[in-house]
Design a protein around this ligand. Structure first.
Ligand code: IPT
Length: 950
């Protein structure tokens, strides 16, 4: 029993030919967004279609907000969201779908506004419905469509009544189209984008195509607007007033993501006026490089899914703007619309604020990888019309956006002739842009070689053109359409990728995966992820892998990315007092930036001033002299900081917004010295050493002055990050599993000796896991000058250590602590391969604020390069500098937590003082930490000077 329309291969029937998306300035339109009536049935055929007839009594129906997903409304009464990465959540038997097919019948009644003209026609537009809809107006069936994130229009003028119109839409969660929409995201049925009724006057504009190119040799722009309906095109600022179809060439300022010059224009047909926003630019593949206006561009991109923690993929305009502003403020210059065309208004924002866009078609058939790609729709001619329909709806809707420079066929769909057909159609329809697709290793249909998550070494080989491949691929430019998997703590290794991109011309940058965590706001869990709604099949928190948290607060990963991709490089030489500034923009000079220096002594700024930097052209560098060093103490640690900030307000950030910075030392830090002056004394039930008391039997520290300290001992465990838990793509290593297998989460501490020397209390131990022969011989040596204490920890591995260490340091518990001060890197966390953005300075925070709220709790919050920290009445100086972490729960509780709400403060504050940490890497999807960031079990000695704060 095949159901004709939602289980067939076709894209649907009854809709109008796809065309450009635009808002008319003259024709009346009516938003049909709002409160609709909803009835959800468990199967497609549980109810007949009588609800679509005028006069149907829907008094007992529920209400649902459109745009919206019904599973995110009604507190579960309408069903629940479900998350899978690439697995189809139903048996794979294309084009059939399960009988259990949640179906939402929607009704909306509307009157036409008084001023609705009675001539001409009208168009009913759906901007996005997941996954298949059948539509009726006033009892007349209009047709059906699939293609969830694509626009569909029906001509409805002949059916409209002045009042009492009834729009009925039956939406099936599953359809044949679901096989083409296997993106890694929540399955969320519903009418989730705008529904609009638009009057179509006689002589209105139909489809039109704005061709606006730029010749960088002459500085001239050429404009030609092809239009179904003849009319005139005017651009007042350029003195243009020509007929549609005519070509006009005039001097213009070009559009780029860096300087997004748009010219307001208008297309005027007999019946309609349509505002145009024209950006002149030329995209081409020349000399093996992606060039815009003659210049090779470097993409500093992100993959952006549409997400809001409350409304899913139904995004309001403010949320879209927020994304664009956050991207611009964090030096991001490009977006891949992973993995479907975004809400059309998002592209207006990209035009306006300046972002390069890879506009991706709504296509992914990833689940077929489970069956070695057998029966893959993209290699089966029966599906080709649906694929071409998706390509056309993408290109036709978005073709007038200057920001769109590349079309992408889709994501993770294997290979097949359907993709070739799409690429051929797109190349033919729009030769002015390039075509991207990653899934074909031979790049047969594409204009660039694209990969995801390749390791640094391979990317370097590609950069050096040593990667081989087909003749065609060898001549293509390279992009990483996904890299730096931003799941949980991380990603690590971004700086090293950027160095490669900046070194080899062929490497034209990449797009971090991904922009935002798709956590769903949940009263009991904070943010829900896969499995939290009882799904039988799910991929857990793999859906939370963004640079911003679900509420769009930037994660440390975003701050790191901002620093790594900064468009100005600032390197200094403290000894000769100069700074080298390099312009790394592709198009802009440095006129928009102001530079300032500051001078720090022991992390405190003692003087600042402006720095005059020439207005460098792209790729130019200048060496600039710093002022004479401000007078100050000669024995402190001193350093210059040079910042580049916006010289004036821009559309995306105010004057003073920091774009780039560099820091470099003048005089290095002197390490803390402590001359032992007293010795350990036994008596009174304790060992005393200066201000400290120790347990006489175990040698355990009990207090320093009046500060109670407990549980001080070597610590090697961390709550594994998502990257620790992943499988390194290069080595197959699952680091966290190795750690647990080795028993690093349950180390035992054997006491071997407590020795009282003349000046030194020595506690000798062996730290090792049950069931294993390897361990760490660990000595704690305590000395004191009568006032302060020095703890020296020596660690010697015993036996063959088969795994790297998560961390190496000591942990201790303080009875009470709240405020924290430190001199080190900050203000946010930094790990060995994620610390480019943390800068040295003096910081103040609280224990609670030190936590980074990764949606799935895991190791977080370490401050790097800490010279000293003060917490809970204790001052801790490092010899050498250390990583500082403090939390109100133990690592074990952090490790056991699945959601942030599982973490509740205990009765102490646990502090980790780490000599070293294992790197972060990006093995949650990709390579693990580079070898230089792996923490091998080797002999080490490190010390802290501890004292009570007064
Ligand atoms: C890659 C997908 O393209 C992307 O959608 C996302 O799932 C990402 O992985 C992981 O979060 S595909 C994978 C085989 C690398």
């Amino acid at each position: 029993m095949t159901n004709d329309y939602f289980e067939d291969h076709s894209p649907g029937r009854g809709t109008m030919t796809p065309r450009a998306w635009y808002a008319s300035s003259s024709a009346t339109s009516l938003s049909l967004n709002g409160s609709w009536l909803l009835r959800v049935s468990p199967t497609a055929d549980a109810r007949d279609e009588s609800f679509a007839e005028p006069g149907f009594d829907a008094a007992d129906w529920a209400e649902v907000t459109v745009p919206g997903h019904w599973v995110l409304q009604g507190d579960g009464a309408f069903g629940r969201p479900a998350y899978t990465n690439h697995l189809y959540p139903f048996p794979v038997d294309p084009p059939r779908v399960p009988t259990e097919n949640p179906t939402g019948d929607h009704l909306y009644r509307f009157d036409l506004p008084e001023d609705w003209p009675d001539d001409g026609g009208a168009v009913l537009r759906f901007d996005g419905v997941e996954s298949c809809a059948r539509v009726w107006l006033n009892g007349t069936r209009l047709g059906e469509f699939k293609g969830s994130r694509l626009p569909h229009e029906f001509a409805v003028g002949h059916l409209l009544e002045p009042s009492g119109n009834v729009l009925a839409v039956r939406v099936h969660q599953w359809s044949a189209g679901s096989y083409l929409e296997d993106q890694d995201q929540w399955w969320l049925p519903g009418i989730f984008r705008d529904v609009t009724l638009r009057h179509r006057p006689e002589g209105c504009a139909g489809d039109f195509f704005v061709h606006a190119s730029f010749d960088h040799r002459t500085g001239q722009g050429t404009l030609r607007v092809e239009s179904d309906t003849a009319g005139r095109v005017s651009v007042p600022a350029l003195g243009i007033d020509v007929a549609t179809g005519a070509t006009v060439t005039v001097p213009v300022r070009p559009w780029s993501a860096e300087v997004p010059t748009l010219y307001d224009g208008e297309l005027v047909t007999a019946g309609e006026r349509v505002p145009l926003r024209i950006g002149f630019r030329t995209v081409e593949l020349a000399d093996g490089l992606i060039r815009v206006n003659g210049t090779a561009v470097l993409f500093k991109g992100v993959n952006r899914h549409e997400w809001h923690p409350g409304t899913g993929r139904a995004l309001d305009p403010e949320t879209m703007r927020r994304d664009v502003l956050l991207m611009k403020q964090h030096n991001i210059n490009a977006v891949r619309t992973a993995h479907y065309p975004p809400h059309p208004a998002f592209l207006d924002l990209c035009d306006e604020y300046g972002l390069w866009v890879i506009d991706e078609c709504d296509l992914e058939t990833h689940g077929f990888t489970e069956q070695d790609w057998r029966d893959n729709p993209v290699d089966d001619d029966r599906w080709t019309p649906a694929l071409l329909d998706r390509a056309a709806r993408t290109v036709e809707r978005d073709k007038n956006h200057p920001s769109v420079v590349i079309w992408s066929l889709g994501n993770e769909a294997g290979t097949g002739r359907g993709l070739t057909a799409m690429a051929e159609w797109i190349h033919h329809r729009d030769p002015s842009r390039l075509v991207h697709y990653e899934g074909d290793p031979n790049s047969r249909d594409t204009d660039m070689y694209s990969r995801m998550y390749a390791g640094h070494a391979e990317v370097e080989r590609i950069g050096r053109e040593l990667d081989g491949g087909t003749h065609k691929r060898r001549r293509l430019p390279f992009i990483l359409c996904e890299y730096g998997h931003a799941m949980g703590n991380g990603p690590g290794g971004l700086a090293e990728y950027q160095r490669l991109f900046e070194t080899y011309d062929r490497l034209q940058g990449g797009f971090v995966w991904e922009w935002i965590d798709h956590g769903i706001a949940h009263p009991g869990l904070g943010y829900a992820y896969g499995g939290d709604f009882g799904e039988e099949l799910h991929d857990g928190n793999f859906v939370c892998d963004g640079l911003v948290f679900p509420d769009r607060r930037p994660s440390p990963g975003l701050l790191e990315y901002k620093k790594v991709i900064e468009p100005v490089r600032i390197h200094g030489d403290g000894a000769d007092g100069t700074v080298t500034v390099t312009n790394r923009y592709d198009f802009a000079d440095l006129a928009a930036l102001a530079f300032e220096w500051s001078y720090q002594v022991d992390g405190e700024t003692v003087e600042t001033g402006p720095l005059v930097v020439p207005r460098l052209a792209p790729a130019e560098s200048a060496v600039v002299k710093l002022p004479p060093r401000p007078a100050g103490p000669e024995d402190g640690e001193t350093r210059w900081t040079v910042r580049a900030v916006l010289a004036a307000d821009t559309a995306w950030a105010p004057r003073g917004h920091e774009v780039a910075w560099g820091q470099f030392p003048v005089t290095e830090r002197t390490r803390p010295v402590l001359r032992p002056a007293v010795g350990p004394v036994s008596g009174d039930g304790a060992i005393t050493l200066g201000p400290a008391r120790f347990d006489p039997r175990t040698g355990a520290l009990g207090s320093i002055g009046t500060v109670e300290v407990s549980g001080l001992r070597l610590d090697v465990w961390r709550a594994p990050t998502d990257n620790d838990e992943g499988t390194d793509w290069l080595t197959g290593t699952r680091t966290a599993a190795l750690w647990r297998n080795a028993g690093l989460h349950r180390m035992r501490h054997r006491l071997d000796a407590v020795e009282l020397g003349e000046n030194t209390l020595t506690v000798r131990t062996r730290v090792a896991p049950a069931a294993r022969e390897f361990g760490l011989d660990t000595d704690y040596r305590w000395t004191s000058d009568g006032d302060r204490l020095r703890l020296t920890v020596s660690v010697r591995p015993d036996g063959e250590w088969p795994v790297p260490l998560p961390r190496l340091g000591v942990r201790l518990a303080l009875a009470a602590a709240d405020e924290v001060r430190w001199f080190g890197a900050g203000p946010h966390e930094g790990y060995p391969d994620t610390r480019a953005a943390a800068r040295l300075g003096r910081y103040e925070s609280t224990v609670d604020e030190l936590q980074t709220p990764y949606v799935r709790p895991q190791e977080n919050g370490a401050r790097a390069d800490v010279r000293w920290a003060e917490i809970g009445g204790l001052r801790i100086e490092g010899d050498p500098a250390f990583y500082f972490t403090a939390r109100r729960w133990t690592t074990e509780r952090l490790d056991a937590a699945a959601h942030l709400t599982d973490l509740t403060p205990g009765d102490a504050v646990w502090v980790n003082l780490d000599h070293a940490l294992h790197g972060i890497g990006t093995a949650s999807c990709g390579p693990g930490p580079l070898p230089r960031y792996q923490l091998r079990a080797e002999g080490a000695e490190f010390a802290f000077v501890l004292s009570q704060l007064r």
